[in-house]
Every structure is written in structure tokens, then in C-alpha cells.
Design a protein around this ligand. Structure first.
Ligand code: CTP
Ligand code: MG
Length: 212
């Protein structure tokens, strides 16, 4: 790795927002769009940012997004990540992957995951404790002390992330793929407000937190 490893971020924004009821990534959140918030923070900590959007939006979004490249996504999140990776320069040392739908991730969370990879980890993911009691669908409570919720941005050594994605079909979690390939992914502290906008109430919560 170079003295100052290069960092690129892939922002996946190619989902259809089925649970939300529409393309949540383009909605306004306290004056700027969800996707633009995610891109702005990524740009502060990265040498380049690739944004992955639905195929039909590439033309309209390319001039709008403050990104190095805007590319078309695929039918699963993993496909979208792979399309984004293809637009990241081959010599990028560290690649972060972030859900556009987490517009409240701050530079501090990026710094924590990037710093672990700079120090030699294959990958790093932000986690937060699980606060709800978790019950299995088929009965029985799971000890929540054995669980943690995983957020994005996640950071990886570029070569290992590319190798893990080559040959994998679907995966909701990039860290899982890198671990399946036999590498150690470390957990760092996430942020309780780094929520994923999934349902309309999540957008309302984010609005409230951002209110002056
Ligand atoms: N995503 C993507 N390409 C896909 C599916 C998801 O780039 N084919 C992105 C979404 O845009 C989002 C992130 O992955 O930023 C996390 O996905 P999720 O929250 O599940 O968003 P959607 O897939 O859009 O929502 P839903 O699952 O409710 O349809
Ligand atoms: Mg989804």
C-alpha cells in the first residue's frame, strides 16, 4: 500500500424503495436530497466517489450528483456494488461501500472504518448494540448480547473486496462476503442515528434530528 493509501467510496443508490413506497434516495431531507447528503460526506473523506443509480436515471443524475462517476445498478444490491466497483480505479487501495439510504453517516464513522483498514485489517464495519429483544420466527428469544446491528459505510482493502465479489451472486452484506473468503473484518463503533431510511417513519425521524 502507498504511504497515503487512496480511498474511494461506492454509494449504492439503485434500489427501488419497495418498503418505503418509492425512490427514497431522491427525497428531500432538511433541504438536500438523501443521496446528495450521502455523496457530500463521502467526498469529504474519499479521493473519488462512484454513485450507482437505477439504469434509467444515469443520464439525469450524472450532471446532478457531485460524483466522480455515476453508473447503472443491478437487480440486487450486490450487483449494484459490483457495477460500482467496476468504475473504481484499479489502484484504489481502500474501497468503502455505503448505502445512499443512510444519509446521516458522518465523516467520523468513515474515519473509524478507514483507519482500521489503513492499519492492516481486511475490512471494517460500524456496529451498534441491538436494543430490542429479538425473538425467532419459530419461537424462542435470542440473547441480544450475542448480536450487533451492522451499518454502512464499510471499508475494505480494494483487492480483497473485488475478489470477494467476483463469483458471489447475492449478498446483502459486503463484510459477510469478505469473511466468507477467509479474511478478518473488524467491528468499530457505529452511530445510533446512522439509520437506514427504510420506511417513511425513518425519514421523519431523520428530519427531526436535523431540525435546527
Ligand atoms: N440498492 C442498490 N441496488 C439494488 C438494491 C438496493 O443500489 N438493486 C441500494 C439502495 O438504493 C439503498 C441500499 O442499497 O441505498 C440499501 O438497500 P435498501 O435499504 O434495501 O433499499 P431498497 O432496496 O431501495 O429498498 P427496498 O428493499 O425496500 O426495496
Ligand atoms: Mg432492498
Amino acid at each position: 500500500m502507498a504511504t497515503r493509501p487512496s480511498v474511494w467510496t461506492v454509494i449504492v443508490a439503485a434500489g427501488s424503495g419497495t418498503r418505503f413506497g418509492g425512490a427514497k434516495q431522491y427525497l428531500e431531507l432538511a433541504g438536500s436530497r438523501v443521496v446528495d447528503r450521502s455523496v457530500t460526506v463521502a467526498a469529504q473523506v474519499s479521493d473519488g466517489v462512484v454513485v450507482v443509480v437505477p439504469g434509467g436515471d444515469v443520464e439525469a443524475e450524472s450532471p446532478r450528483l457531485a460524483a466522480s462517476a455515476v453508473v447503472a445498478g443491478g437487480s440486487s444490491r450486490a450487483d449494484s456494488v459490483r457495477n460500482g466497483l467496476a468504475a473504481v480505479p484499479r489502484d484504489a487501495d481502500i474501497i468503502c461501500v455505503h448505502d445512499a439510504a443512510r444519509p446521516l453517516a458522518g465523516p467520523d464513522v468513515y474515519e473509524r472504518v478507514i483507519s482500521e483498514v489503513r492499519s492492516g485489517a481486511a475490512g471494517a464495519v460500524p456496529v451498534v448494540p441491538v436494543t430490542d429483544t429479538i425473538r425467532r420466527v419459530d419461537g424462542g428469544v435470542v440473547d441480544r448480547n450475542t448480536l450487533q446491528a451492522v451499518q454502512t459505510p464499510q471499508a475494505f482493502r480494494g483487492d480483497l473486496l473485488r475478489a470477494a465479489h467476483a463469483g458471489a451472486d447475492d449478498a446483502t452484506d459486503d463484510a459477510g462476503l469478505v469473511e466468507e473468503a477467509g479474511h478478518v473484518v473488524v467491528a468499530v463503533e457505529g452511530h445510533p442515528r446512522n439509520i437506514k431510511i427504510t420506511h417513511p417513519d425513518d425519514l421523519a425521524a431523520a428530519e427531526a434530528w436535523l431540525a435546527p
